[in-house]
Write a protein that binds this ligand. Structure first.
Ligand SMILES: Cc1ncc(COP(=O)(O)O)c(C=O)c1O
Length: 412
């Protein structure tokens, strides 16, 4: 690399990655240098409307003063003190999460895979007295890239080439209650699903499915876990997607899983993971049973508290619900069985899947060239994940780019 004070161009940055960074990601050939609100700028100062948001992370967009101020405050006060001690921000963040979810306790970590790992260990602790350790998950699911999270993930391609998977995970067809119940054996300790499969193509569970899973778990003495790493933090319009899916039914009040993994948007881009565990199971993980050096640092908790309080104060859940609905309806209107590539739209709020009749990755690349960032999910879906404080005009701008690209393809 050349002189750090001169700004490198895209070619130079890409070359630095080619030479020095492990090539484990399929990256698009663009390098971002700054952002503001819903926009990011590349090294040549081209502007992009960001409907990828770090894959559902930047809930307040880029360069949010809320986050900047929280970071500055915490950095000047107490960044880290280890989990040998207590600090007020950990208690405050956990109390907020418990208030928004239900009676229980929270374990803090740094990522989605780690938040799931806590659930895996909880299931094994819970099942241990009767020799149960297995977790049933859904085909098409995604739970992360550590060895255990990879084994939990219901997609063969994620596991390929890494030897024997960690034992204790089996994958069952998504949305099929009868198959789920049939799969339960003496070693089964828990069931884990995403209320809306994100990486698996924005496939939402239904209310009867979630209720059915709860009943199955109660009948068989299993724990029910939800992976809300991608769907949580108001992306669906409610704090957690299961709350949105259960909305309006008699059983909504009091419906709870036994554990929930969260991460991504929790601190708007600052790394944090959190696992909520329902009473009384949280106490299964007693002193010495689980730990994370950085998990729940004063810095991470301060930023997460600031982000969550801002989301609540500004009612950004309600706002993204309305804006997402318009985005979904207007794109649905552009869908046609035989013209253009838009086939259908799935998802809710700020987690929408555009199902397409062409390769999703090459489409995402083309949209990038037209100034719109989207996140592919599998081969035939691109996800739209705007910031939760996206402006109505920015939704209109995204619709215009998507419709124009779709129209171009429809024109012979
Ligand atoms: C549902 C779900 N679970 C877990 C993960 C893994 O999170 P992380 O990459 O933070 O480990 C992801 C990441 O995309 C996810 O979407």
């Amino acid at each position: 690399m050349t002189d750090r004070r001169s700004s490198p161009g895209t070619a130079e940055i890409l070359e630095g990655y080619r030479q020095y960074v492990v090539p484990s990601y399929a990256r698009f050939p663009v390098a971002f240098v700054r952002g503001k609100g819903s926009y990011v700028w590349d090294a040549e100062d081209r502007r992009y409307l960001d409907f990828c948001c770090g894959i559902a992370v930047n809930v307040l967009g880029h360069a949010s003063p809320v986050i900047a101020q929280a970071l500055e405050e915490a950095a000047g006060r107490l960044i880290h003190c280890s989990n040998l001690y207590y600090h007020p921000m950990g208690a405050e963040l956990a109390e907020t999460l418990v208030r928004w979810i239900g009676a229980g306790k929270v374990f803090f970590s740094n990522s989605g895979a780690e938040a799931n790992e806590c659930l895996f260990k909880l299931a094994r602790r819970f099942g241990e007295p009767r020799g149960a350790f297995e977790i049933l998950t859904a085909q098409g699911s995604f739970h992360g890239r550590t060895l255990a999270a990879m084994a939990a993930t219901g997609q063969d391609k994620v596991r390929r080439g890494f030897g024997p998977p960690i034992p204790g995970f089996r994958h069952v067809p998504f949305l099929d209650l009868a198959e789920m119940e049939r799969a339960i054996g003496p070693a089964t300790a828990a069931i884990l699903v995403e209320p809306i499969q994100g990486e698996g193509g924005v496939r939402a569970a239904t209310r009867p499915y979630l209720q059915g899973l709860r009943e199955i778990c109660d009948r068989h003495g299993l724990l029910l876990f939800f992976d809300e790493v991608q769907t949580g933090v108001f992306r669906s319009g409610r704090f957690l997607a299961f709350q949105r899916l259960m909305e309006g039914c008699e059983e909504e009040v009091g419906f709870l899983p036994d554990g929930i993994a969260m991460a991504k948007g929790l601190a708007g881009g600052f790394p944090i993971g959190a696992t909520w565990i329902r009473d009384p199971y949280a106490d299964l993980l007693g002193p010495g049973s689980h730990a994370s050096t950085f998990g729940g640092s004063p810095l991470a908790c301060t930023v997460a508290c600031a982000v969550l309080h801002h989301l609540e104060k500004e009612e950004l859940g309600r706002q993204i619900r309305e804006k997402g609905e318009r985005l979904s309806l207007e794109l649905q209107a552009a869908a046609s069985p035989d013209r253009g590539w838009i086939e259908s739209i799935s998802g809710v709020g700020g987690l929408l899947g555009v199902h397409v009749r062409r390769d999703a990755r090459s489409l995402a690349h083309e949209l990038l060239a037209q100034g719109l960032l989207v996140a592919p999910a599998g081969e035939r879906v691109v996800r739209l994940l705007p910031p939760l404080n996206v402006a109505s005009e920015e939704i209109s701008e995204a619709i215009a780019i998507l419709r124009a690209a779709n129209e171009r393809e429809a024109t012979p």
